[in-house]
Design a binder for this molecule. Structure first.
Ligand SMILES: Cc1ncc(COP(=O)(O)O)c(C=O)c1O
Length: 379
């Protein structure tokens, strides 16, 4: 993987910044920006309803984009991919379009995979003391649930759950499985068919795509049973004053005029990542994280992953982030990272999170380490 060449595709990197906040949102390559502009400059029209040239061109482009996402996650059919505005919306769509009796969550869920389920009966499966997933406890607990909804890779510390084992155990116990892959899809190869997962949700904006884009994969036979939560424009083929006939899949789940430019950019982002290769990206991130100086107090799992979450003793996390930004334009995130429940349970006020992606370099990690050392000495 040629990182220097990759960096040329990201215009903002000409500004001499060290961007270590990709878990919040990734940067965008020029190919994605060009695709967005192509829509607005060449065929800015409505999809699925106009028979003129621009409308038909857009229909084809959207179809291609859906196929790119289908290929990216290894789905059997492109109609199993539903576009949304982010991972949160995807999870809300599932939680409001299907009736579950009891949902099992982990203790490290992002608010997006915690709050939408609180309207059901739900349980929380605690991590082991070393912050890893407790498969043994899970095998017992799952018997009481009809949906398991877990984070795939944690935005707190980059820990990836044993997804294959979880899906097998859940299915053996007749529970469906949803994985929140917002932090997994950008960083590792996922194949929903091989995994046999029922629902997978993810964001476009964390995987080089535009803001306001996300998607969900749902197995076709489950989509057929789901009642769309959002209905209206483009979700029906016919309506009367007292009834309507739903559209085919996937359109019946995509109500109203969509973020066409965003969806096209999202498809382009998936193609870009596919060309580079997810396993190369994963290897590169592991090298970067293992080069981070570990003389800090880490919050969460200690292992190889693309996220480094820590506190410097005696210095507030926001202060550390502020100093990194003002000294060397090092952009990290500080706070509770939308996982308040995890921090509150551990009585932690927050932490600093440095997250890495394909465009980061070992040289950047070196500067990051040096700056941390200087901040440490301030105490
Ligand atoms: C694990 C995880 N799930 C869900 C989300 C929410 O993603 P979105 O902003 O696309 O709704 C995030 C965002 O940080 C995340 O890290």
């Amino acid at each position: 993987m040629n990182v220097e060449k990759i960096r040329e595709d990201f215009q903002v990197l000409k500004k001499e910044i060290i961007y270590l906040d990709s878990a919040c949102m990734s940067l965008k390559p020029i190919q994605v920006v060009d695709k967005i502009n192509e829509y607005y400059n060449e065929y800015p029209s409505c999809a699925g309803r106009s028979v003129h040239k621009m409308g038909l061109k857009l229909d084809k482009e959207l179809d291609d984009s859906r196929k790119s996402i289908q290929k990216f996650v290894g789905a059997k059919k492109s109609s199993e991919i539903i576009f949304s505005k982010n991972a949160s919306e995807s999870i809300n769509l599932i939680a409001n379009s299907f009736k579950f009796d009891k949902v099992l969550l982990t203790d490290r869920e992002h608010n997006s995979n915690l709050l939408p389920w609180q309207k059901f009966k739900y349980g929380i499966l605690r991590s082991k003391e070393d912050f890893t997933f407790d498969l043994e406890k899970f095998s017992e607990a799952v018997k009481k649930y009809d949906l398991v909804s877990f984070v795939y890779t944690s935005n707190i510390d980059g820990y990836t759950l044993p997804v294959k084992e979880i899906i097998k155990i859940a299915h053996d116990n007749k529970a469906k499985v949803h994985f929140d892959a917002a932090q997994a899809a950008p960083h590792k190869e996922i194949n929903v068919k091989k995994l046999d997962v029922d629902f997978l949700t993810f964001s476009g904006h964390k995987m080089l795509g535009p803001t306001g884009t996300g998607a969900m994969f749902v197995k076709e036979k489950i989509l057929d049973e789901m009642k769309p939560f959002l209905i209206g424009g483009e979700t029906v083929v016919d309506s009367n004053y007292d009834s309507y006939v739903l559209e085919k899949l996937p359109q019946r789940f995509e109500a109203g005029l969509q973020n066409y430019a965003g969806i096209l950019g999202f498809g382009e982002a998936a193609k870009y990542l596919g060309k580079i290769g997810m396993s190369d990206i994963e290897d590169h991130e592991k090298k970067l994280v293992s080069a981070v100086d570990v003389k800090v107090k880490e919050v969460g799992f200690k292992g190889e992953r693309g996220i480094f979450n820590f506190n410097l003793s005696g210095i507030d996390h926001h202060e550390v982030a502020g100093i990194l930004d003002s000294s060397k334009n090092i952009m990290v995130r500080s706070g509770m990272h939308c996982a308040h429940s995890w921090y509150n349970a551990k009585q932690l006020k927050g932490s600093v999170r440095a997250s890495f992606y394909l465009y980061n370099t070992l040289e950047e990690v070196k500067i990051f380490n040096e700056e941390l050392e200087k901040i440490r000495k301030l105490k």
